[in-house]
Design a protein around this ligand. Structure first.
Ligand code: ACM
Length: 521
């Protein structure tokens, strides 16, 4: 055999046998570097958890709780010397990336180190996924040895949940946060207000929740459902323990229907299809009202980010043409049309957000307006309007990439599915989510690449009435989102991902998730 042929045959036959085992470890998102080591580690009640830094208390506790829950093995925090073998968590300031980590599993010790507690947390998440692949024996759980060095591709790995259209409640939100942590997602964008209902208690304006909280997209009469401020604080803390930042969205000036039911005096009217859709930008009192609301919201969310929506105002601003307050505002401020009124409104509300020392986040409609770029993040959602992304980036804004196709998870996962959206014939199979290529999007180039903070999937819930319907849309696409946000293009491999994902389905079943299985075998 000549050398060239030998080499081709070698590559063809031998590489697939060796490389996948070496290169792809059974963790989602796939780490940047992973090598299978020799031997095995035995996790048992005699394993010690050694924590070298007080800042790692939370990561250690989470690891203990998850090992107990997943493997029924209780591991105690102990001094190193006493143990049979050890899991050591430590801070290593030399690590470059603040979410990166190294995880070394050897027969006598597991070491997780990182520059920050977040990094260590992610190292322990990878460890928990590897433990899922372990083998139960009489002595304990035997797991393979691995050497992993890892860091995320993007700092923003988000999931948005719309709880205005249907309300899922504390338990489901906590479960979603658990899964987000499992997949190293770190931003929970909470869409709390919209046409059907207002879902957050505001002490200054109690009717927002008590009246605005009545109804859902499918049942306008259902009793009020909302989160109290105490519950919001509980969710924010729960998320923080999982390194997830929670960002509230208070949508304005459109999508304000539920708020307007509670306080009609601030309504700017709507259209036949979307009645009472807007706040009234012509009334000075509207700005005081909304500023008071945002002040309470800001105090509840330590993210220092408030999403003001700003989308689809034209759905219901017809009355703005004739409203005397708005006509007056236009005259006084030389505003030529309703678009300029919308910009005026957003400018004033942006100033309120900035005055709270928070960043303004909004949908890509605001790319048409001019805000301080260092304090503003634009969410590109209109996949059919790539120019909005180009504009966002060329103006210098930071961007979160969340186009309907393929990142709206209310689109069906399979062409035969009937509950959920389609765009013409377009929908969002898991493979499209996985293979979505951010670097080839219009406007993304060497100069603007840094402005792309990351990716986000948005779960709008018109078609999701019950939690099991939400599961069906979220799982397993959430795993593809995870790898899209975390893993570099060079490390991604859809076939390997699919194989690893299938090994996680038993855990989905154990947790009674009503997931969709996109694989034929
Ligand atoms: C949106 O889907 N209206 C942001």
């Amino acid at each position: 055999m000549n050398l060239k042929l030998f080499s081709a045959v070698f590559t063809f036959i031998v590489t697939p046998l060796i490389l996948p085992a070496q290169n792809h470890c059974p963790v989602i998102p796939q780490p940047q570097q992973a090598t299978l080591g020799n031997g095995q580690f035995l996790l048992s009640q005699r394993t010690a958890l050694v924590v070298s830094d007080a800042s790692l208390k939370n990561a250690a506790l989470y690891l203990q709780q998850q090992m107990l829950q997943q493997q029924h093995i209780a591991v105690a925090v102990q001094p190193a010397a006493k143990s049979l073998n050890r899991i050591i968590l430590s801070i290593d300031k030399d690590f470059q990336n603040e979410e990166g980590y190294s995880l070394s599993v050897k027969p006598d010790a597991i070491e997780v180190s990182a520059a920050t507690p977040q990094g260590v947390f992610y190292g322990t998440i990878s460890l928990l996924q590897l433990l899922e692949q372990g083998k139960q024996t009489d002595e304990g759980l035997l797991m393979d040895c691995w050497n992993i060095k890892d860091a995320p591709r993007y700092g923003w790995r988000g999931l948005m949940l719309d709880e205005s259209r249907h309300f899922f409640g504390m338990e489901k939100v906590k479960s979603i946060l658990n899964w987000m942590a499992y997949y190293k997602l770190n931003r929970f964008h909470w869409h709390l207000t919209d046409e059907p209902a207002w879902r957050i208690e505001i002490k200054n304006y109690p009717k927002l929740a008590l009246i605005g909280g009545i109804g859902t997209h499918t049942n306008p009469q259902s009793p009020a459902q909302f989160y109290t401020q105490q519950q919001i604080a509980e969710i924010v803390n729960y998320a923080a323990e999982r390194n997830i930042v929670v960002i509230p969205e208070i949508d304005m000036p459109g999508h304000a229907t539920a708020a307007n039911r509670a306080y009609p005096e601030f309504s700017g009217g709507g259209s036949e299809k979307h009645p009472e859709f807007t706040f009234n930008p012509g009334k000075p009192e509207t700005y005081t009202y909304l500023a008071n609301i945002l002040r309470e919201v800001n105090a509840l969310f330590p993210s220092r980010m408030i999403h003001l929506g700003g989308d689809e105002v034209s759905f219901g601003n017809q009355k703005w043409q004739t409203n005397p307050d708005i006509k007056n505002l236009m005259g006084q401020n030389n505003l030529k049309n309703v678009h300029e009124v919308e910009s005026y409104f957003m400018q004033r509300m942006a100033d309120t957000v900035y005055s709270l020392n928070a960043k303004l986040l909004a949908w890509d409609e605001v790319a048409n307006m001019n805000f301080p770029t260092e304090k503003t993040i634009v969410f590109w959602w209109r996949h059919d309007q790539p120019a909005q992304l180009e504009k966002t980036l060329s103006k210098g804004y930071e961007a979160v990439i969340c186009p309907r196709l393929p990142l709206y998870f209310d689109f069906v996962q399979d062409s035969t599915h009937t509950v959920g959206r389609k765009w013409g014939k377009g929908f969002s199979p898991i493979e499209d989510v996985y293979r979505f290529d951010i670097n080839t999007l219009p406007g993304v180039n060497a100069k603007t690449k840094k402005q792309v903070l990351g990716v986000q999937a948005n779960v709008w819930t018109e078609t999701m009435v019950r939690p099991d319907q939400l599961d069906f849309m979220l799982f397993p696409r959430i795993a593809a989102l995870s790898e899209l946000g975390w893993t570099s293009s060079e490390r991604k491999d859809y076939e390997a991902f699919s194989q690893i994902l299938k090994t996680q389905f038993p855990l989905y079943r154990k947790e009674a998730l009503n997931f969709y299985n996109p694989f034929k075998n």
